[in-house]
Design a protein. Structure first.
Length: 361
């Protein structure tokens, strides 16, 4: 079946991620777009002055919501009421109340909502998860996620730089979702500190987040946008009983020279990773599990959209659906609550893990 898709929001996310992703999906046809900042002729499909007009004139099966988060609820509502399935950029909604309302509306309309948690569909993260439980890695004990992002006027030019909930809301939600993905469960509690220094009401450019999972297992997330040092987009380390996995996003050419102990012998290793790589380590010995293409975000979004279309064909629940993403949204909101109250927040895993956000006594 061929699916007609329209896009609300034609900014950087649509131009650099969504449109390149859809080009290699023969079952997907972009039939319209809407963005007040664009002009007719900028895109190879019709542009419309409003989303209702676009939905009425094109009659699509899927609406892609690639706008700032404050508009996600209203646009998703319009799409569902027009009979569309929804493919929504993160963060999914601003509040749990909005998420509940839109999930209920989707169920009533018998339509699916998928949130673009494309980090789950990156080759390096999928390879890491597939290795968990294998003899070479063992059971997962600890996950460490680190980002050093060099903030500039350009990175802060749009809604991201204006939102006081800057880093955990815009990017930390990916890191939190990866923790849920690797441990394959929701955490029992979350603790966060977001020091703002001389700007107490400014954006959260430093996030220190700790998650506790069952079996006394943990994850730690550091998102550092205060640093004036080198840019490291995302480094993840997974520690298992038998080995460790390190993943890194961002292309690089790396050469390593050294001497291996017992017995002493020199080594030279050259590795090229255009968009990122995952490596399995046993001490100093390592092997590459996966590499990413140059446009890793478009490639991963393509794979998630492909899985979405397949689920629609089979009448199955798609991956990264709204109900699942609600847990990640709750974690992100709980991180800000933990920082505000200076206490860990229980996610009440025994009940509704995403609804119960209460301080740990």
């Amino acid at each position: 079946m061929s699916y007609r898709v329209v896009i609300a929001g034609l900014g950087k996310s649509a131009r650099s991620i969504h449109l390149p992703a859809y080009k290699s999906l023969p079952d997907l046809q972009v039939v319209g777009g809407c963005d007040p900042a664009t002009r007719t002729g900028d895109f190879p499909f019709p542009l419309f002055s409003s989303v209702p007009e676009m939905l009425e004139r094109t009659r699509p099966q899927i609406l892609v919501v690639a706008t700032p988060p404050d508009s996600h609820f209203q646009l998703a509502k319009l799409g569902l009421e027009a009979g569309c399935h929804i493919f929504c950029e993160k963060p999914f909604m601003n509040t749990l109340e909005e998420a509940d309302a839109i999930i209920a509306l989707a169920a009533k309309a018998r339509r699916q909502i998928v949130v673009n948690n494309q980090f789950r569909f990156m080759r390096i993260h999928r390879a890491a998860r597939e290795a968990i439980g294998s003899p070479d890695f063992g059971d997962l004990s600890f996950v460490s996620i680190h980002q050093t992002f060099f903030v500039t006027k350009e990175t802060e030019a749009d809604w991201r730089g204006l939102d006081p909930q800057r880093t955990a809301k815009e990017f930390g939600i990916h890191a939190l979702d990866l923790c849920r993905y690797f441990f394959n469960e929701n955490p029992a509690s979350i603790s966060a500190r977001m020091p703002r220094g001389s700007q107490p009401n400014g954006p959260d450019y430093l996030n220190l987040i700790q998650l506790e999972f069952s079996g006394d297992r943990m994850a730690h997330i550091t998102l550092d946008r205060l640093s004036r040092g080198r840019h490291r987009y995302l480094d993840v380390r997974l520690d298992g009983e038998a080995g460790a996995i390190e993943t890194s996003l961002g292309g690089r050419l790396e050469a390593r020279v050294g001497i291996r102990p017992a017995p002493l012998r020199p080594f030279f290793k050259l590795d090229l990773a255009m968009g990122g790589r995952a490596q399995l380590y046993h001490g100093e010995r390592s092997s590459v599990l996966a590499r990413e293409p140059l446009n890793v975000f478009a490639a991963a979004t393509r794979e998630l959209m492909r899985a979405f279309l397949m689920a629609l064909e089979r009448e199955e629940t798609p991956p990264c659906n709204a109900a699942d993403n609600r847990h990640t949204l709750a974690l992100m909101l709980a991180a800000y609550e933990s920082d505000k109250k200076r206490v860990p927040i229980s996610m009440h895993q025994g009940g509704d893990a995403a609804r119960s956000i209460t301080p740990v006594e």
